[in-house]
Ligand binder design. Structure first.
Ligand SMILES: Nc1ncnc2c1ncn2[C@@H]1O[C@H](COP(=O)(O)OP(=O)(O)OP(=O)(O)O)[C@@H](O)[C@H]1O
Length: 231
């Protein structure tokens, strides 16, 4: 597994609020879940992991590499999958989108095409190679986005609410993929069934990690917070 370290890492918006209090954590478990209410700071926390956001205080290290000092190196280690796959599917067709991910690792176009086709087949998208990404269903688009991120074999996959837009069948398909990975998974989700399958769960509330432990206790902590918020 990789070693993700947050060392007093926090984020304060310039002339604005602190959106993540300084946080110190070492993540070495294979499947790490993150839960918390809307606007609590979950996305901010995970965006630090591949420097989509830089900490304004402290540091984030992935296998010893400082994410802010060497974002390109950290992005090779940490793949990021967004809630809305439209945010990361940029090419017209499915095969071209996976090829885009492979452009550095596979320089030869014919070989790159073959590898991309193999990956699409592995993700249940055989026969869709030349389909427009806009013609895919939501679940297929999310699988394609995952295929693109994982094509370059990152050591860590960060998935920020990857099943939020999906129906039950597609949620199950994507969950199979996520929990079948050999890589380390950092999963932000409101789906507590998925969170239950994690090894360690962080609960985020009001811009800080307020609980860190095994899933059952984390979920009951989260439920208590939600109940208190609705009183
Ligand atoms: N650039 C920014 N400037 C000001 N506030 C910001 C900025 N980015 C995020 N925030 C605020 O920080 C808080 C945390 O946002 P974040 O996206 O991390 O929450 P979240 O827990 O992922 O929420 P959700 O479950 O709704 O996706 C929110 O109140 C958000 O409005």
């Amino acid at each position: 597994m990789s070693r993700i370290e947050l060392v007093g890492a926090g984020v304060e918006v310039e002339d604005g609020p602190v959106i993540l209090q300084p946080t110190t954590l070492t993540l070495i478990e294979q499947r790490i879940g993150i839960i918390g209410g809307n606007g609590s700071g979950k996305s901010t926390l995970v965006r630090l992991l591949n420097n989509l956001i830089s900490p304004t205080t402290g540091r984030v290290l992935v296998d010893g590499i400082d994410a802010a000092a060497d974002p390109a190196a950290v992005r090779r280690l940490v793949g990021f999958c967004f809630t809305d796959p439209a945010a990361q599917l940029v090419m017209p067709t499915c095969v071209e989108d996976v090829e885009l991910s492979l452009r550095r690792s596979h320089r030869d176009p014919a070989q790159r095409r073959q590898v991309a086709l193999n990956i699409l087949a592995e993700y249940g998208l055989a026969g869709r190679e030349h389909t427009s990404v806009h013609a895919l269903s939501g679940g297929q688009r999310q699988l394609l986005a995952l295929a693109g991120v994982l094509a370059v074999q990152p050591r860590v996959l960060v998935a920020d609410e990857p099943t939020t837009l999906l129906d039950l069948a597609n949620t199950q398909r994507v969950a199979e993929r996520l929990f079948g990975l050999d890589q380390q998974l950092v999963l932000v989700s409101h789906n507590l069934e998925l969170i239950e399958r994690c090894d360690r769960v962080l609960v985020v509330d009001a811009a800080q990690v307020v609980f860190d432990g095994e899933p059952v206790s984390a979920i009951s902590h989260y439920r208590e917070l939600a109940t208190a918020a609705t009183r």
